[in-house]
Design a protein around this ligand. Structure first.
Ligand SMILES: [Zn+2]
Length: 222
């Protein structure tokens, strides 16, 4: 009741179309959600650099979808955590359907980390919120403190593809070990060159050959 009263005075707006949200909606209005839901799944044994992953799962066709681009911008640069969570739930539903049909499961979800400096300036890591959304659906715990990113990176924007790739090499490290029998779902927001994922997988597999799958809201790996 109180929430509804507050929303009457200060309505929340959709991160896609900027229209006021209904009481039942969170972060993204239902018509925007329907519009961006053109899900696709790519299948097993794909490679990020030299590292193989079991499976890649993407929820949205990013580069053709201006609406989703806007939502991801809101989530990354305007502190819209709810959008990250809501899109994470959508990704979770997709993963759930997919894993049921393939009889596949995971032991832990690990979000791609941001550096401590970036987390402080942005206030949060959007990948953790996407992971929380997935976790709510597939009921697998999220590990936020096992994989970390070093602090010494400047913004990747405006760097060439090669520079971006070599820049993230060795930028991730494990703070705790994970048993090699565990199956990991690594979660990123958007996969472009695959450099970040490649570097994360490398860090996760330093001690043993963990089974890793990758999920992201959107991807356009070259
Ligand atoms: Zn909308």
């Amino acid at each position: 009741m109180l929430k509804e009263f507050i929303q009457l005075i200060y309505p929340d707006f959709c991160s896609g179309c900027n229209q006021p949200l209904l009481f039942s909606e969170r972060a993204v209005c239902s018509s925007c959600l329907i519009e961006v839901k053109s899900s696709f799944v790519s299948d097993s044994n794909t490679f990020f650099g030299r590292h193989s992953v079991n499976r890649e799962i993407y929820a949205f066709k990013f580069f053709k979808n201006k609406l989703l681009q806007k939502m991801i911008y809101e989530m990354k640069y305007n502190g819209n955590k709810d959008t990250a969570f809501v899109l994470g739930v959508e990704l979770g539903l997709l993963i759930n359907n997919f894993c049921k049909s393939k009889n596949q499961d995971f032991d832990f979800i690990i979000p791609v980390p941001v550096s401590k400096i970036k987390k402080q300036s942005r206030g949060y890591n959007q990948c953790e919120y996407i992971a929380n959304g997935i976790s709510q659906v597939i009921k697998i715990p999220v590990l936020n403190n096992h994989l970390k990113r070093r602090n010494n990176l400047k913004s990747q924007v405006n760097k060439s593809r090669y520079k971006r790739w070599s820049n993230v090499e060795n930028q991730y490290f494990m703070t705790r070990n994970i048993s090699e029998t565990n199956k990991i779902l690594l979660v990123d927001d958007v996969v472009t060159t695959g450099a970040t994922i490649n570097s994360c997988i490398k860090a996760l597999q330093v001690r043993n050959n963990l089974q890793i799958s990758v999920a992201a809201l959107a991807g356009n790996k070259e």
